[in-house]
Design a protein. Structure first.
Length: 418
């Protein structure tokens, strides 16, 4: 059975800036392994390592947390959402979880900015005063298929959460590679990771479905889920939108996903072109070569330093220098990628509403790709170009513009005034 501690929040009064006031609120973050299903291996368990960020009126854990809106971030490739070195800190011999207030929530800029917009923004004091340091909990893994054993909760306490942010490293990524090594990662498995996260969030405590809880865990449920994907995560968002329109996904999952946001998406103009944004000719040739075992050496960015507890930058991302590492990746990734049918997914009837954002200065994926995605998904999509935005929206003004668009979109599609 898989159990995970997640999200804390309490409703406050609305401030003039549209956020809820959160006097005496405590910012919480939890690192844990979340359950996933393995594509083509239904009898086996898998897990993905990730982080949830929320706020609550107390530093104490709760028995149950009921979230109104969960923003679920989907990272690109090669990238991660969280620093998997945190998982090593969950070792130790006793039953208590590590409390490490200096650990940053997310390893990438976009989920850190989403956390700031949806969690830290509401936590800010009068005049935008910086909230106190977060309380960070790391759930110790239990050696039975990747499940986790959080700290014992405060019995009977229920927190009601207006909003939370969740992001994981997808299967094959650091900390999420026990069942699926990097060599065998695919986009289809990453899509299944997302669906399983939504299943977890939308499963009532005490049920026999995946994600049920026991007396030693903090249980999270989420009423609404909004998917936000960047780059390859945006391709996943397009595919998920199509799957959610069909009958192959449980009704409760379809009901829960209120909207999808994709940033720097591609695929509407063909997957052959999209593939070449991530792979060069030498890598694609290596995937075709029996002498290489049909594998290429794919670049991946990993942190160089060993320390986790130093100060982060202004976005909460650790200041460690990330270095490029080359890792073998099987051609199954390429074959799986080329089989994705983005045009059909975008045109699917009954799919969640889609917001398409694309930077005008994106040199990695041309803006024409974003325009084609928006056009293909019309009339149930909105397309917005971010002036002077590059692929990762790394400049402040384009990022702020994107965040305003995302927040307005989430509020319009189910955030209920939060």
């Amino acid at each position: 059975k898989a159990t995970v501690s997640v999200l804390n929040c309490a409703r406050g009064g609305r401030r003039g800036d549209g956020h809820f006031s959160c006097d005496l609120m405590h910012h919480h973050r939890l690192f844990a392994h979340f359950p996933t299903r393995l594509v083509g291996r239904p009898e086996e368990k898998g897990s993905v390592f990730g982080c949830v960020s929320w706020y609550a009126p107390t530093p104490e854990p709760a028995a149950r947390v009921e979230v109104e809106t969960c923003v679920l971030y989907m990272h690109g490739f090669p990238d991660t959402s969280v620093d998997a070195r945190v998982a090593a800190l969950a070792g130790g011999g006793d039953a208590s979880d590590a409390i490490l207030p200096g650990v940053a929530s997310f390893s990438s800029r976009m989920p850190s900015k989403l956390e700031k917009e949806f969690v830290l923004g509401p936590c800010a004091g009068p005049g935008g005063a910086k909230p106190p340091p977060p309380v960070t909990t790391i759930a110790r893994p239990v050696l039975d298929g990747g499940d986790v054993s959080p700290a014992p909760p405060q019995q009977g306490v229920v927190h009601h959460a207006p909003c939370a942010v969740l992001a994981v490293n997808f299967s094959g990524g650091p900390g999420s590679d026990a069942a699926v090594p990097f060599l065998r990662k695919t986009v289809s498995q990453e899509i299944e990771d997302v669906l399983e996260l939504v299943r977890y969030l939308t499963t009532d405590a005490g049920s026999d479905e995946p994600g049920d809880d026991d007396a030693s865990s903090v249980r999270i449920t989420a009423r609404d889920v909004h998917l936000v994907g960047l780059s390859t995560g945006a391709i996943m968002g397009c595919c998920l939108r199509g799957q959610l329109a069909g009958g192959g996904v449980e009704a409760r999952v379809r009901r829960a996903v209120k909207s999808v946001v994709v940033v720097a998406a591609c695929g509407a103009l063909g997957m052959d072109a999209a593939l070449k944004y991530d792979f060069d000719e030498a890598q694609l040739a290596a995937c075709e070569d029996p002498a290489t075992g049909h594998c290429c050496e794919k670049e991946f960015w990993v942190p160089e330093a060993a320390s986790l507890l130093g100060a982060g930058d202004g976005d909460g991302v650790p200041k460690d220098r990330y270095v490029k590492k080359y890792m073998p990746l099987h051609r199954a990734y390429v074959d799986d990628f080329l089989a994705l049918d983005i045009p059909s997914c975008l045109a699917a009837c009954g799919a969640p509403p889609l917001l398409v954002l694309h930077g005008t200065d994106d040199k990695s994926i041309p803006v024409a790709e974003g325009r084609a995605v928006g056009a293909r998904a019309a009339p149930h999509a909105e397309y917005v170009e971010i002036a002077k935005g590059n692929h990762l929206l790394s400049s402040d003004k384009p990022m702020k513009t994107a965040l305003r668009q995302i927040r307005a979109w989430v509020e319009r599609h189910g955030m209920d005034g939060t």
